[in-house]
Design a protein. Structure first.
Length: 113
């Protein structure tokens, strides 16, 4: 959605920080009793051009399962917007490979109580 994400607040700072994008998740049990999830991406209407594409790439990294951030400015999942947004890096690809090597329960049947 092209909608401004809410301000980011931190317990260590009293000053809220603007965000250019945000991804949120909701986990639920589907009608056929499978654990599922849906996500929403908010992209600030003030983002344009290469910065909109960079924010979109970053948020899709979260959607695909990379929930954390990188400390390397050359990675798409770097935690801060940079002047020259990078393409998807080999480190980003390797992070995603590691995520998909881990066991998970999404799409599995949920046992009733």
């Amino acid at each position: 959605m092209r909608k401004a994400p809410p301000l980011q607040t931190s317990p260590n700072s009293k000053i809220p920080r603007a965000r250019s994008a945000q991804t949120t998740y909701e986990f639920y049990v589907s009608k056929n009793n499978l654990l599922s999830h849906r996500f929403t991406i908010l992209l600030s209407p003030s983002q344009t051009g290469q910065y909109l594409l960079a924010a979109t790439r970053h948020e899709f990294g979260h959607v695909l399962g990379i929930w954390g951030h990188s400390l390397q400015p050359s990675d798409v999942l770097y935690f801060f917007q940079v002047r020259n947004p990078p393409p998807i890096s080999p480190r980003d690809v390797n992070s995603l490979k590691r995520v998909y090597e881990q066991p998970m329960s999404l799409g599995w049947s949920v046992q009733g109580k």
